[in-house]
Design a protein around this ligand. Structure first.
Ligand code: NAD
Length: 468
């Protein structure tokens, strides 16, 4: 079987217990940090080659997030790995009951191309912290970064415990034939299904970090200028190639023109007269994706942008209006610098519009009315939520990151990453003596013993003071 040798090498290291000691985990996390610090220039260069990522955006969205995750793990590893003692009942009062966080074994991390560093290495931080061996399979689309990760990580991390596999669709299909103990996948819902089916063959648990169409509702009562600047930043960051970007805007006819004009001003303010010349605006990852995204420009009416240049894989920051729900731009995740604006009659219609569709990875509401914000939160469901901004909830590692329904299952970041890559083992340590206390449960059974055991085992309802 392809890659069997790699998986077996890692598995034997895991069986030897190499990745379990705290000191080993710490050393590998530090080595990962060293890899990033010592190769910063090369990483920046490869991200520039792959999609002309602006340096500022790389610093924020790749390096800072990753650094925080490494530091968080290093700061908390002792606490996270400690056995968690739990409350007991009368039957087990003299025993020791605890949850042991144990590593799964050899885990597979498959990542996409849009944040090829952060989406490969942040899950890896969790896998290392939890004491696993890991195979990392970065995306072949971001080929410069993919190669850099493969060459670099093998020089910094323990080769018997961590491996990077370079593979496209065919290679990944073969890689997935191997038995892994956990699969952490970030990518599209369609490929997520393929991963889950491959995992099912081995009953391997999965985390699926997927995408979708993130709604952004702008309420009549809001600071429209601020809303427009925040939406434009979140939509055109990395040229829209971000799973958390607001995918479309819903607003009433009443504020549409004002919002449009503020969005246009924001685009101008951020990227100048000609965004193609701006050093702060990225390019589309590949010609194939360029063609897919460009085709969406035929939907509705372009009010801003719309210019393209295939030789540079450039698509201008674009706003569309008069888009129909049945248009392709409203059927698939855009994943590019296009923002359709759709009008709704009001708040209820916006909520219904969102709830009629698959659950998104993120949902956004802009309103200065806190009741509207809370109602939006109560009446919709999504992986994450942010009021009055784009994906800013993503910068807090104490919040879980993950989807729900069509946008994925499972979560990670910070302690959630550690938990994702750990099995919570239920443990009870009993004495081999004290037999008198145990006799109660042995046959021949009788009523009074049953009564005592029930009393000693059952969790009682807390008495509630019911004042009618
Ligand atoms: P993708 O699903 O095409 O690819 C992701 C990974 O899967 C890549 O490593 C690729 O090599 C591999 N892959 C592709 N086809 C495969 C197949 N048939 N069998 C096995 N492996 C296969 O996704 P992408 O184009 O790299 O990334 C864009 C998608 O990822 C968008 O939907 C976006 O929303 C989503 N995404 C989600 C998150 C998140 O955190 N939830 C983050 C970034 C991107």
């Amino acid at each position: 079987m392809a890659y069997e040798e790699t998986v077996n090498r890692l598995r034997s290291s895991f069986r030897e217990g190499k990745t379990r000691p705290l000191q080993f985990r710490i050393s590998q996390l530090k080595a990962l940090n060293k890899f990033v610090e010592e190769n910063k220039e090369q990483i920046l260069e490869s991200l520039k080659k792959d999609m002309k990522k602006p340096l500022f955006e790389v610093e924020l969205s790749e390096f800072s997030l990753l650094k925080s995750e490494i530091n968080l793990a290093l700061n908390n590893l002792t606490t996270w790995t400690a056995d968690e003692h739990v409350s007991k009942n009368l039957v087990t009062a003299l025993d020791s009951a605890f949850i042991r966080k144990e590593p799964f074994g050899v885990v597979l991390i498959i990542s996409p191309w849009n944040y090829p560093v952060n989406l490969s290495l942040i899950p890896l931080v969790g896998a290392i912290a939890a004491g696993n061996c890991a195979v990392l399979k970065p995306s072949e689309m971001s080929q410069n970064t993919e190669k850099l990760l493969a060459d670099g990580l093998s020089r910094y991390l323990d080769k018997d415990c961590f491996a990077v596999v370079l593979a496209g669709v065919e290679g990944t299909t073969r890689l997935l034939e191997n038995k892994f103990d956990y699969i952490f996948f970030t990518g599209s819902p369609n490929v997520g299904r393929i991963i889950m089916m491959a995992a099912a063959k081995h009953l391997t648990p999965v985390t699926l970090e997927l995408g979708g169409k993130n709604p952004c509702y702008v309420h009549d009562e809001c600071d429209i200028k601020n809303a427009a600047r925040r939406i434009a930043w979140a939509r055109y960051f990395n040229a829209g190639q971000i799973c958390l970007a607001p995918d479309y805007v819903l607003c009433s006819d009443h504020i549409k023109e004002k919002l449009l004009s503020e969005l246009q001003s924001s685009i101008h303010e951020f990227y100048g007269e000609d965004p193609k010349q701006s050093p702060d605006f990225a390019r589309i990852i590949s010609v194939q994706h360029f063609k897919r995204v460009s085709a969406l420009l035929a939907c509705g009416k372009i009010v801003t942008g719309g210019q393209t240049d295939e030789s540079e894989k450039y698509i201008a920051p674009t706003i569309l209006v008069d888009v129909k729900e049945s248009d392709p731009v409203m059927q698939e995740e855009i994943f590019g610098p296009i923002l359709p604006i759709l009008t709704v009659s009001g708040f209820d219609e916006a909520i219904n519009f969102i709830n009629d569709r698959e659950k998104p990875l993120a949902a956004y509401v802009f309103s200065s009315n806190s009741q509207i914000v809370h109602q939006f939160l109560d009446r919709t469901s999504s992986g994450g939520f942010c009021a009055n901004d784009g994906f800013m909830h993503n910068i807090i590692p104490s919040l879980p990151f993950g989807g729900v329904g069509h946008s994925g299952m499972g979560m990670y970041r910070g302690k959630f990453s550690f938990d994702t890559f750990s099995h919570s083992r239920a443990c009870l340590l009993r004495s081999d003596g004290r037999e008198k206390l145990n006799e109660m449960r042995y046959p021949p059974y009788n009523e009074s013993r049953l009564g005592f055991l029930q009393y000693a085992m059952e969790t009682k309802r807390k008495s509630s003071c019911a004042v009618m």
